[in-house]
Ligand binder design. Structure first.
Ligand SMILES: *[C@@H]1O[C@H](CO)[C@@H](O)[C@H](O)[C@H]1NC(C)=O
Ligand SMILES: *[C@@H]1O[C@H](CO)[C@@H](O)[C@H](O)[C@H]1NC(C)=O
Ligand SMILES: *[C@@H]1O[C@H](CO)[C@@H](O)[C@H](O)[C@H]1NC(C)=O
Length: 140
């Protein structure tokens, strides 16, 4: 019993050193602007309301979370740019696909690029001209 407990403490310690989420993946999500104007993003999940954030040209808003044990993490957002509006999921089971990079293991990054043409997602922060961005939605 004692040694089991010690083993548990030890493995928790090792785990917290290698990544912050114990048994699930830590995700960092970046919402980057490629629009030469401010826009507003309101990001939410079932548990968290990250509030309204104004994102300037070439700026980004980012946050991190631990994936749910059942994998059913969902973050979605409302966007306003002048008279334009859109709402879409920024992280869910489907978005693991374009975001997941095997070599990163338990600490992953998901990049969103917001442009005048719409919303693009990638596991890599690359320049927009490359083919690495997956188109997700136009402005409404
Ligand atoms: C967030 O910003 C939008 C657009 O400017 C506005 O309509 C909305 O009321 C704001 N929401 C909050 C909670 O401030
Ligand atoms: C993430 O956002 C913080 C502010 O919340 C900022 O200081 C930091 O530079 C951002 N990270 C990157 C990689 O831009
Ligand atoms: C993305 O890459 C650009 C160009 O290298 C860099 O200026 C920017 O800070 C990066 N953004 C994030 C969120 O890492």
């Amino acid at each position: 019993m004692h040694s089991l407990f010690t083993l548990f403490i030890l493995s928790s310690l090792i785990s917290s050193i290698t990544h912050a989420c114990f048994i699930t993946t830590q995700w960092d999500v970046f919402v980057m602007s490629n629009i030469e104007d401010d826009f507003v993003a309101h990001i939410k999940s079932g548990d968290d309301d990250l509030g309204n954030h104004t994102i300037p040209f070439n700026g980004n808003y980012n946050w991190s979370f631990c994936d749910r044990v059942d994998g059913r993490t969902l973050f979605y957002a409302y966007f306003w740019w002048g008279s334009k509006y859109q709402s879409l999921a920024l992280f869910d089971d489907e978005l693991r696909g374009p975001c997941f990079v095997t070599e990163r293991g338990y600490h992953q990054q998901c990049y969103w690029l917001v442009t005048p043409d719409g919303f693009f997602v990638s596991g890599y922060n690359r320049t927009f001209s490359s083919n690495y961005w997956t188109f997700k939605a136009h402005w409404g």
